[in-house]
Design a binder for this molecule. Sequence first.
Ligand code: PMP
Length: 367
Amino acid sequence: MSIYWNDRVKKLDPYVPGEHPRNKNIIKLNTNENPYPPSPAVVEAIQRALAGDQLRLYPDPASLVLREAVAERYGVNPDQVFAGNGSDEVLAFSFGTFFNSDTASPVLFPDITYTFYQIYAGLWNVPFRTIPLGDDFSITGGDYLLPSGGVIFPNPNAPTGRAQSFEEVVKIVAFQNKRDRVVIVDEAYTAFGARSVVPLIREYPNLLTIHTLSKMGSLAGLRVGFAIGNEELIKGLCRIRDSFNSYPLDRLAQAGAAAALKDSSYYEGITQKIIATRERTAAAFSALGFTVIPSQTNFLFVSPPRKTGDGVSRGAAFFAALRERGILVRYFDKPRITDFVRISIGTDEDMAVLLKVCGELVSGTDA
Ligand code: PMP
C-alpha cells in the first residue's frame, strides 16, 4: 500500500498472469499459447506495414481493415465488430459499457471461470454473484435464468475446458434478452471444438461474443481481440474506448491480425493438429489414472491419482514436481480446484516429455 494511491487502487486485487520464464529450455504449458507459429502471411503483412515511414503516423483509430477481415470471416458486417488490444481489453471495456454499478442486480458468472471477470467487476464497481458449476464442472444453463444485471461466461469454460451446448447458451441469451440484459459469451477457445453463437447476434441484440487471436491465431504476442454483436452494443464499446485511448491497436497489430483472419486454411490445419494432440494426451492421462475433464479447448484440466510431491494440495504438489523437472503448467489456488492443474496443449514432442514425466511421478519411479 502507498499513501499516494487513491481508495480505488487500494481496493484492487489485480490479476497475476502465468509465469514467463527467461529459461528457454523450460517446456512452457502455462498460458495456453499456440505451439505452432502464426501464418507466414502475418509476418509478411507486418513487414509491409513497417516499410517506409509509416510508423510516423497514427494507426486507423477504427481498425477498419481488421474489422472488415473479421466481418468477412464470421459472416457479419464491420459495424457489428469492435477491435481491442487483446480480448482482455475488450472484456474490460464490456464490463464498463454494459454492467451497472449502484444496482441491486448482480452480474452472474460461474464460481470457477476466467479470473479476470471478478477483477473487472471490482475495477468498475459492478456487483456480481457467482453460480456454482456442477460437480463435474459443467455449467447448467437453467442456473442463469434469473433476474440479473447481465451474464458473462466463456464457452468452453476456462480453466475447466468444458463446453456448454449451443442450446443451453441460447436459453440464457433468450431469457436475459426479454429483460434487456446483456449476455457476454467469451469465445476465446471456441475454435478448438465448441459451437459459436455468433450467428445469433441478429436475432438477439443483447448478445456480445468475445474473441481473441492469442490462442487460435497463434498471436499472443500481438495483442488482438475483438467483439461481435449488435451495432448498438458496438457503439457503446466505442464510447468507452474513446474515453480511454483512441488508438488501442497499433499499425502492426492491425495489419498482422487482418492477414491472420484471411488465412483460414493455415489455421484450420494447426487447429486440427492441436485437437488431435489434445485427444491423444487426454487418453494417455486417463490411462495413467488421472481425472481428465473433457476439453474442447487447447488445454486440459487434470488431477493426478494421488499426491505426487510436496505441496499443500494435490494440484500444488503436482505443479511443483513438474516445475522442478522443467515443465511449467498452471495451478490455481482456489476452492474446489486445488486438486487440479491446467496444462496447455503443446507440440507432440512436448506432450511426450510431459507424459513420460507424469508416468514416472505417479508410479513413484522418479528418483
Ligand atoms: N478469455 C479467456 C477465457 C482467457 O482464458 C483469456 C486468456 N488468458 C482471455 C480471455 C484473454 O486473452 P487475450 O487478452 O490474450 O486476448
